[in-house]
Design a protein. Structure first.
Lengths: 600, 214
């Protein structure tokens, strides 16, 4: 297998890809399938979901019943390795600890990055989302439109496998025929939501997640994705056959040993490795891009985390896909006499316009769902249904007091019981214990619902990161310092979420489990906590106000590309991963074409 | 909880009863441990005591068992909490090196001391030697944080935490999962969705009114 250490790397590659998650995995896949020689550098350790995933382990087998700890912030069985909002030895600086002004930076140090643990929610940006400034005068327009990216959304959905439907709703795009897999059947709680939300004008439609609800079409899809490339078709067909369909059990966040959901390690990397065109070096902490005399990137320098030694690698093209903020950090730490403020930063915009997703949560208890007969509701691990943003018209007419929308992620049902199953229920049980508590547990289990709002943040001048002048990590690499501020748009949107969710819970005949928060600064989850941070090297049509052009190519260094979330010019309510992959595929196609024309 | 608060609410109960052999053990005395790290092996089954030392004394464990079984007794559906390892779970929890555990530990240990002090004050015995109805009379006073009188509010906070831990430990076990009616975590060839008869009974639609195509 072409996992190589620094010494075994080739003298030079066509392309170096920094990072192995959604953006790096997709870029490497596309390039390798078309014959480019690629070196992928991953800061974390090698990781194998096939052998390491705790598929059927139950909470009683885990320390502390599997609950979250600072060392495993999403619980013991979460796939994340050496990651979280705090990574030992790799600090960052916050300018405030205050709730509504802080930014917490999530990282994972493992092959495949955070694609191993993510929620697999795969939504397309719509036409409005690429031209938000044109619509309401706020933020920035992208230099591309939905039509530019639509074919790549189709390709990514076909490759990774996404369930869902095309409903023809406003700014909620349809997929090309045959791209989506059938959605899972809704649960009892899903159907109750659909029934009660409809009279409120709130649509409830099948969710979109990267989970195989049936085997992939290995006969037709490879040809559709790689026309005229028999080798790529054969490799992909072989790999698609090795991916099993969902077995309707175990949490996706643990990873999936049978490869039934998308993670870079089970979907992008195996076929890319099978081409023989990909070398991967793990434990390679890239910190600087090196430049040749011609002003082009010549490669990167990195620290081998096992030996602690500084190493380097060279290539014709360098792609940064280290995650939005880590890519920014690498650019800002690549300084020279001609670019003292960091590489590709002649605009001064590197690190600027960081965005996360607006998050706010309300949960409730629904008497209609009490004491139901035992049902297996593991289903596809949640998100069988969701609510796309539905108030575009009202918003445009200025009726809402905030400019951008949100979608609703909803969960109910009889999930795997654990530490929290009967915790904090005095408001329902009156403080029961003894035989009464056991009766209450049977009654209330499965009767809870949870609403997570996921909304758009508008980029602003006060939310950015830069290099801290003093602090360094354990490798001696200067670290990031974060500044963060929400605007009234986001805080009002969070309050709207709170009120709406309470209204829906009431319509379902239930009660909220706590008071509705009407203070926007408290209703909104802190920056970085939804882990959708994007921006920092936004794409645009003007080199003075953006870092990359429409091809994710930096304006200043023609053979340097960015294929993670850093290039996002806006952060629509739609979860960013699918768009990261579509942009990465598009950028890789462009690189291939320019390499064929000998321009790179 | 700071030391001063702890002393105050224990002394309130123990005014007429000298503290017995069970001393308050402070968080700082928990033996240092570093947790399981950021890259633990997720595959094996772990048992309390494997990753960090357990710290409850044998008399504390006896009291823990009595209290856990008052909260989750055996009935016709399932065994009691202590019968499925909840005391070990609680010992692991109060002995863990993480901040939430280190903060919860003095609440639990002080609560144990309070129970004995209160039992002594009211009945002249340690809590575990009381009759079930005597034990229940104390629990009834602290089982609700909203109804507890101000002098017992800290004790009620302890009881709420202890009840959450007991229930969390119990419903995480195979016996607890079975009792509560969880039948998942098994591989299925397909997901059929809820039975039509149930949906009709609940007056729910049989599916989403989706016209969408895949």
């Amino acid at each position: 297998m072409p996992f190589v250490n620094a010494k075994a790397q080739k003298k030079s590659y066509d392309v170096i890809v920094v990072g192995s998650g959604a953006g790096g995995g997709q870029a490497a896949y596309t390039l390798c399938m078309e014959g480019a020689k690629v070196l992928m550098l991953e800061a974390g350790r090698r990781y194998s979901p096939e052998t390491e995933t705790p598929m059927f382990q139950t909470p009683d087998m885990a320390p502390l019943g599997g609950i979250a700890t600072p060392q495993k912030p999403f619980g013991f069985y979460d796939a994340t390795v050496d990651g979280g909002w705090e990574v030992p030895g790799e600090p960052y600086v916050r300018t405030t600890e205050e709730y509504s002004g802080r930014f917490d930076w999530w990282r994972a140090r493992m092959l495949g990055g955070r694609t191993n643990h993510w929620g697999r929610i795969s939504l397309r940006n719509g036409p409005y989302d690429f031209k938000p400034h044109a619509r309401d005068g706020l933020g920035f327009d992208w230099p591309i439109s939905y039509e530019d990216l639509a074919p790549y959304y189709d390709k990514v959905e076909l490759l990774i496998g996404v369930y869902g439907t095309s409903e023809g709703l406003e700014n909620t795009p349809n997929s090309a025929p045959g791209c989506l897999l059938p959605p899972p059947k809704p649960l009892v709680s899903d159907l109750l939501l659909a029934q009660r939300a409809r009279p409120l004008g709130i649509p409830v439609i099948p969710g979109h997640r990267a989970v195989l609800t049936r085997p992939l079409d290995f006969r037709r899809t490879p040809q559709r994705l790689h026309p005229g490339n028999a080798t790529a078709q054969k490799i992909l067909a072989g790999d698609m056959r090795k991916r099993s369909a969902c077995i309707w059990a175990t949490s996706c966040g643990r990873g999936c040993s049978i490869r039934a959901n998308y993670q870079s390690t089970t979907v992008h990397l195996p076929p890319a490795l099978a081409t023989g065109n990909l070398d991967i070096t793990t434990d390679a902490m890239v910190h600087e891009i090196t430049l040749g005399r011609d002003g082009r990137a010549s490669g990167v320098t990195f620290i081998d985390r096992k030996s602690g030694k500084q190493e380097s690698a060279s290539a014709r093209v360098v792609i940064l896909a280290a995650s939005a903020c880590e890519s920014v950090r690498i650019l800002l730490n690549s300084r020279g006499t001609k670019f003292p403020d960091g590489l590709a930063n002649s605009s001064g915009k590197v690190g600027r316009y960081l965005m996360d997703t607006v998050g706010s949560t309300v949960s409730g208890q629904i008497p209609l769902l009490e004491s139901l007969p035992p049902l297996n509701e593991d289903a596809a691990d949640g998100h069988q249904v969701y609510v796309p943003w539905w108030l575009y018209g009202e918003q445009l007419r200025g009726k809402l007091g905030f400019a951008r929308g949100y979608h609703v992620e909803y969960n109910g049902g009889r999930r795997m019981p654990g530490y929290w199953t009967m915790a904090g229920l005095e408001w329902l049980t009156g403080g029961s214990y003894g035989v009464k508590l056991k009766r209450d547990a049977r009654r209330y289990y499965g009767s809870f619902v949870n609403f997570d709002g996921r909304g758009e943040m508008i980029p602003n001048e006060h939310s950015y990161c830069e290099i801290d002048p003093r602090m360094k990590d354990k490798w001696g690499i200067p670290v990031l310092r974060f500044h963060w501020r929400w605007s009234e748009h986001e805080m009002r949107q969070a309050v709207h979420m709170q009120r709406t969710f309470a209204q829906v819970i009431e319509a379902m005949g239930g009660r909220t489990s706590g008071p509705v928060e009407t203070d926007g600064a408290r209703a909104i989850a802190p920056g970085g906590s939804i882990i959708h941070e994007v921006g920092g090297a936004i794409m645009g049509s003007d080199p003075k106000s953006s870092v990359t052009n429409r091809w994710s190519q930096t304006w200043d260094v023609p053979n340097l590309f960015i294929t993670d979330g850093a290039v996002f010019a806006s952060n629509a309510d739609k979860n960013p991963t699918l768009t990261i992959m579509a942009l990465a595929w598009r950028a890789a196609d462009h690189i291939l074409e320019r390499m064929r024309r000998k321009e790179l | 909880m700071d030391r001063r608060t702890t002393i105050k609410w224990v002394l309130a109960a123990s005014a007429a009863w000298p503290l017995g052999t069970r001393r308050i053990i402070w968080a700082a005395e928990a033996r240092a441990a570093h947790g399981y790290g950021t890259d633990p092996d997720l595959r094996p089954a772990y048992h309390p005591g494997e990753l960090w030392p357990l710290t409850l004394t044998s008399s504390q464990r006896q009291l823990a068992a009595v209290l856990s079984d008052l909260i989750i007794p055996a009935d016709e559906h399932s065994p009691s909490a202590s019968a499925v390892g909840v005391v070990e779970f609680i010992d692991e929890w109060v002995s863990a090196p993480y901040p939430a555990n280190q903060q919860g530990r003095p609440v639990i240990l002080t609560g144990f001391t309070w129970l004995d002090a209160e039992a002594g004050r009211r009945f002249g015995k340690e809590f575990m030697h009381l009759s079930p109805s005597e034990q229940a009379s104390i629990c009834d006073d602290i089982c609700s944080e909203t109804r507890a009188v101000p002098s017992r509010r800290e004790a009620a906070r302890f009881f709420a935490l202890y009840r959450d831990l007991t229930a969390g430990g119990f419903y995480s076990t195979p016996a607890g999962r079975k009792d509560i009616g969880y039948i998942g975590n098994v591989a299925l060839p397909g997901f059929a969705g809820p039975p039509v008869a149930l949906l009709r009974k609940l007056n729910l639609p049989l599916g989403l009114k989706s016209t969408g195509e895949t």
